[in-house]
Ligand binder design. Sequence first.
Ligand SMILES: NC(=O)c1ccc[n+]([C@@H]2O[C@H](COP(=O)([O-])OP(=O)(O)OC[C@H]3O[C@@H](n4cnc5c(N)ncnc54)[C@H](OP(=O)(O)O)[C@@H]3O)[C@@H](O)[C@H]2O)c1
Length: 314
Amino acid sequence: MSDKKIIAVAGATGAQGGGLVRAIQADPSGQFQARAITRNPDSEAAQKLKAIGAEVVQGDLTDGDSIDRAFRGAHGAFCVTFYWDHMSPERELADARTLAESAEQERVPHVIWSTLEDTRNWVPLDSDRMPTIHDHYKVPHFDVKGEANKFFKGSPTTFLLTSFYWDNLIGFGMNPKPDGQGSYTFTLPTGEAKMPGIAAEDIGKCAYGVFKQGDALINKAVGIAGEHISGAEMAAVLSEVLGINVRHHAASPEEFRSYGFPGADDLGNMFQFKRDFESDFRGARDVEVARRLNSELLNFRQWVEQNKDRIPLT
Ligand SMILES: NC(=O)c1ccc[n+]([C@@H]2O[C@H](COP(=O)([O-])OP(=O)(O)OC[C@H]3O[C@@H](n4cnc5c(N)ncnc54)[C@H](OP(=O)(O)O)[C@@H]3O)[C@@H](O)[C@H]2O)c1
């Protein structure tokens, strides 16, 4: 029987958790073993994790007993919730509570909670700076994560403040779009502000660094980014690396909210928050801290170079 310490990973078949499982298993001399939590251990994604040596267990955030079992005996628990799967703030809050309660009940010695700011601490609900969404939120998928921080107070927790995934340019519709005149438009409603971003895979690698550092980061907030970069600077890198002409469209938050796709209001408010409170938002995310946790950390140019064939141009 292995004497390695188990890290139980929520969202293991997804971006953040998957990066952590791969980081743990890529370090065979390390002190940890990944336990990947999935609703469906037979899925192709779960089987890929098994193939790299991860233990794969069934767990569903809507079934607290299954998360208790998944966390049992673990040294670490990586906790993340999945707002965009259901777009329900109440559901996300309930899922976060389930993760926190299971970690506390199973006395997990080191928990990472993947969180974001509760923007209502900057923009009160009665402020007309941006619309209120679902009666209780300004940026639902941020606010709920920040609100859920309190659930984790009963466990030794590191609060990991993540950043915008550059992978949103591949799978989230944020790729440069043809403008019909031979050039491309990259829409990012952050004006001239620099925005912290990161390769999604690097979040898991940084989380691995947090578990390796252990006690030093318990009860601390750790904010990570691969680079702080403006929309115009991103467009310039995309132009150079992709060999096309990409122009940054600094849409206003109002324009972005009016695009009307599901979540456009939430994301419009999110980008406005990042723009209007640039100093606080960037101040909470440190590239050097992230690099100390993960020596392979990518900047935006390196991420584009590695992913240039995956960025759609339609
Ligand atoms: N996109 C960004 O720029 C960005 C930036 C910062 C933070 N975030 C946040 O990141 C979170 C999502 O993380 P991610 O991108 O790593 O997720 P993801 O890639 O969408 O993966 C989610 C995984 O979670 C699992 N899952 C879904 N519902 C579940 C449930 N009820 N019980 C157990 N597992 C469940 C699924 O695995 P199975 O199907 O195998 O069960 C799925 O593979 C969101 O809340 C988002 O707000 C996103």
